[in-house]
Design a protein around this ligand. Structure first.
Ligand code: SF4
Length: 187
C-alpha cells in the first residue's frame, strides 16, 4: 500500500464523532520518503477549511521555525494525532485519539521516518509517554521502537507565550544536530 492508497481509504473515515463536524479531513502532507516526521495535535479552523495541516498563523510560525534549520514542507512530513477538527479547538478526547491513532500508525509504518518530532503536549503524551511533561522534557531525545523522538512546544503555544521561543530555538538546534547525524537526504 502507498500513502496515496492510505489517504484514499482515510478520506471517508467515520471512526469517531469528529467526522460529523469536520469540513475537510486533514490527512497530512509531505514527501512519501521524508526522513523527518512532525506530529501535531489536530486540525484547527483554518486546517479544517483547507484540508492542510498547520496553515494560518501557527503554520507560518512552524514554517519559520523549520526554515531556521533548513527543513520545510518539501523535505519533512507533517501530520496530526487526530485528522478531523475537534469543535472549538478543544483537546481531542482519548476516545477520538484512540479511534484515529491507527491511521497515524499506518502512516508511520509507510514513511519509516528516521526522526519523529512531537509538536505539543498531546502528541508527546501519545507518542512518547502518557505522563510526558512538555515543560520539563521538551528538547530531550527518547526512543520510539528504536526511532529517535523528541517534543517541542506547539507553535500555537509559542504564539500565546513568546517567552518560550528561546527554549524552542535551542530545541531546533538540537533537532538540527540529530538530522545531520541520522539523515542522508535531508539537509
Ligand atoms: S478524527 Fe480520525 S478516526 Fe475520527 S473521523 Fe476523523 S479520521 Fe476518522
Amino acid at each position: 500500500m502507498t500513502m496515496t492508497d492510505l489517504r484514499e481509504r482515510c478520506e471517508g473515515c467515520s471512526g469517531c464523532s469528529l467526522s460529523q463536524t469536520r469540513t475537510k479531513l486533514v490527512f497530512g502532507v509531505g514527501p512519501e520518503d521524508a526522513e523527518v516526521l512532525f506530529v501535531g495535535e489536530g486540525p484547527g479552523q483554518q486546517e479544517d477549511l483547507s484540508g492542510e495541516p498547520f496553515v494560518g498563523a501557527a503554520g507560518q510560525l512552524l514554517d519559520d521555525m523549520l526554515c531556521i534549520i533548513d527543513l520545510g514542507r518539501d523535505n519533512c512530513y507533517i501530520a496530526n494525532i487526530v485528522k478531523c477538527r475537534p469543535p472549538q479547538n478543544r483537546d481531542p478526547s482519548d476516545e477520538e485519539q484512540n479511534a484515529c491513532y491507527p491511521w497515524l500508525e499506518q502512516q508511520i509504518a509507510l514513511l519509516n521516518p528516521k526522526i519523529i518530532v512531537c509538536l505539543g503536549r498531546i502528541s508527546a503524551m501519545r507518542l512518547i509517554r502518557p505522563d510526558f511533561r512538555i515543560t520539563r522534557e521538551h528538547g530531550q531525545w527518547f526512543s520510539r521502537n528504536g526511532v529517535p523522538i523528541m517534543a517541542m512546544y506547539h507553535p500555537s503555544a509559542l504564539l500565546r507565550d513568546p517567552s518560550k521561543r528561546p527554549e524552542t530555538f535551542h530545541d531546533l538546534k538540537t533537532l538540527q544536530k540529530k538530522v545531520l547525524e541520522m539523515c542522508d537526504r535531508t539537509p
